[in-house]
Design a protein around this ligand. Structure first.
Ligand code: AMP
Length: 583
């Protein structure tokens, strides 16, 4: 069978994937699965591609090209030293490198590929991509849309009709698309975004902050020194990436220059909160695009059954929070967001080859792990509000930290409780541990950082750190995942129920339970009617919708009980939207 590879030809990075023994995998060159989409001529006039080209950008910008994807389909040309290239030719060097990677790994010649392009690419841009493939010696059997590829990577084996939102924030571009999957056919319903927004802009903001700090505090002028600025930019990117896991980082760069005979070194603390403030306007703009995509597709947020994260910048935790606020469910990022599109392209290649495959294999946590803190529950302050740290479906190993603040002046201890579950009230989740952390007495609002580290074997390491002093406690929960697999849980449930009934307690039968089902009879007519309809349609709903419907039903009942009629009306509208879509 003639092999067909899948290629994500990205603005910042590119990847190639293939199906081995039924599993879709990225083809790496040594440790590197990701190829920076950079092409250059080295000092000897030889073509270089990838990290080597990217590294020479600072010292030799006149013979290095990046972000060429933005020029595809245009008449612009690119100059490397004294040679002129079309965007297709530059792209062809990237494709050739990926082709050779695949040939080395598979030990056979590769002549065919599926290549992805943004959904908004015009015919001319698609044609230019095809030409780039041909120049590289590849027959492009199919050009597919990037959101389609991402949806394939996640939804290949799901037969239901679904509408999926793909939020793709890379190094230099942002796209949001809504696709509909019906009987294996994927249709892009809407796609919008910003061709010049991404992680590079965030790096630039941090770099400016560092340069301003150095100029004002250390009195060293750096803005006109490209080498120092390049170092700061690299430090900025790495600090940004750290902040996706930890809440603080220290940016250190030694020997930036000399001032009055003294060496100038940088050491600056930078926090996630500062970073989030810095990029708030950009992230808010992306959320406006999400609204626009929904509007264009003519869908309410509740019609989206899944949200998928694509692109390296979606590792920024604030994005998950904002999407959850907007759409009402947590987005999925368990398939590496940098590789998801290439993996989907390889799945399409598999379809073209007619081979069976089981999709992408990833190790994920089936549960959410978190803690409790003072927060709002049902519009009231509650000390047992569940705060998730590592969310369900996160790829393992996973490490996440979050900052908390003391509530009283002179508080000398905090209770660190660890829960597993999805309920908003921590007390409704499974408690895994409870640790008392004796802290230094200080004013209220002193910061405590909680850090969770969950590995592939289900070992959950917990660390609580007092920010001001560095004092910390550590704990380990040995079998955070395996202990609570569904089988064991139902065995335990059975054992408890047996003990309960054999102790003379009346046990409810299934029939009783059904009769007691919230039929909505005791609610005012307009709410009773919708609760009944929800019960009737429940069996038709997907698992995620089912949960949402049950939650909304309960929330409506609570709201009516508490006489919060405005809330009840709003919740009714939300439930109405979901039922409309199902029914
Ligand atoms: P892509 O174009 O999809 O390969 O994404 C590349 C962008 O993702 C770059 O701007 C990276 O700095 C950014 N990125 C990668 N990992 C992280 C991370 N852990 N946190 C924040 N941004 C990241």
């Amino acid at each position: 069978m003639e092999p067909i590879i899948g290629i994500d030809l990205g603005t910042t990075n590119s990847e190639v994937a293939f199906i081995y023994d039924g599993n879709v995998e990225i083809i790496a060159d040594g440790d590197h699965g990701i190829l920076p989409s950079c092409v250059g001529l080295n000092a000897d006039g030889k073509i270089i591609v990838g990290a080597e080209a990217r590294n020479q950008m600072v010292i030799a910008p006149e013979r290095t090209a990046m972000s060429v994807k933005r020029l595809m389909g245009s008449d612009e040309t690119i100059k490397l030293a004294d040679q002129v290239f079309t965007p297709q030719e530059i792209s062809a060097f990237i494709l050739k490198t990926l082709k050779e990677r695949a040939e080395k790994a598979l030990d056979k010649p590769i002549r065919k590929a599926v290549i992805t392009v943004p959904a908004y690419f015009t015919d001319t841009q698609r044609q230019a991509t095809r030409e780039a493939g041909e120049i590289a010696g590849l027959e492009v059997v199919r050009i597919i849309n990037e959101p389609t590829a991402a949806a394939l990577a996640y939804e290949m084996n799901n037969a239901e009709t679904r509408q999926i939102l793909i939020y793709d924030l890379g190094g230099g571009t942002f796209d949001v698309s809504i696709v509909k999957i019906e009987e294996g056919v994927i249709e892009v319903l809407a796609s919008t975004g910003d061709n010049h927004l991404g992680g590079d802009d965030f790096d630039q903001k941090i770099t400016n902050h560092l340069a301003e700090h150095i100029e004002s505090e250390l009195k060293l002028q750096v803005k006109d020194d490209p080498l120092v600025m390049a170092r700061l930019r690299r430090a900025a990117e790495s600090a940004k990436m750290n902040l996706s896991t930890v809440t603080y980082t220290t940016i250190e760069e030694d020997h930036l220059g000399k001032k009055d005979g003294r060496d100038i070194h940088l050491s600056l603390e930078f926090s996630r909160v500062m970073f989030e403030d810095m990029i708030d306007a950009e992230l808010s703009r992306t959320m406006e695009s999400v609204s626009k995509a929904l509007e264009d597709a003519g869908l309410p947020p509740t019609a989206i059954s899944k949200t998928i994260l694509v692109g390296g910048s979606t590792r920024i935790p604030r994005i998950t929070e904002m999407l959850e606020e907007k759409i009402g469910h947590a987005p999925h990022g368990e398939i590496d967001p940098d590789l998801c599109v290439a993996l989907g392209a390889a799945m399409q290649a598999g379809r073209e080859m007619g081979v069976e495959h089981s999709g992408v294999l990833v190790d994920i946590t089936p549960y959410t792990f978190g803690t409790s803190a003072l927060g709002m529950l049902n519009n009231e302050p509650n000390p047992d509000t569940f705060v998730p740290l590592i969310r369900r479906n996160t790829k393992l190993p996973a490490r996440k930290s979050k900052s908390f603040y003391t509530v009283y002046d002179h508080q000398d201890a905090v209770d660190v409780k660890v829960y597993q579950g999805e309920a908003k009230n921590a007390l409704d989740n499974v408690k895994l541990g409870n640790y008392t952390f004796y802290i230094t007495k200080s004013p209220r609002n002193s910061e405590i950082i909680l850090d969770f580290d969950l590995d592939l074997n289900g070992i959950l390491k917990i660390k609580a750190i007092e920010k001001k002093t560095g004092k910390h406690i550590d704990a380990v929960i040995e079998n955070a995942i395996s202990r609570f697999d569904e089988g064991e849980l139902s065995q335990t449930r059975e054992r408890v129920e047996n003990m309960w009934s054999s102790s003379g307690h009346a046990q409810m039968s299934e029939a009783d339970v059904d009769q007691n089902k919230d039929s909505g009879d005791d609610l005012p007519a307009q709410f009773g009617e919708i609760v009944k309809r929800a019960d009737e349609l429940l069996d038709l709903a997907s698992d995620e919708d089912k949960q949402e419907i049950i939650n909304l039903k309960e929330d409506i009942q609570d709201a009516v009980k508490d006489n919060r009629m405005d809330d009840a009306e709003k919740l009714k509208d939300q439930l109405d939207d979901i039922l409309f879509y199902i029914g």
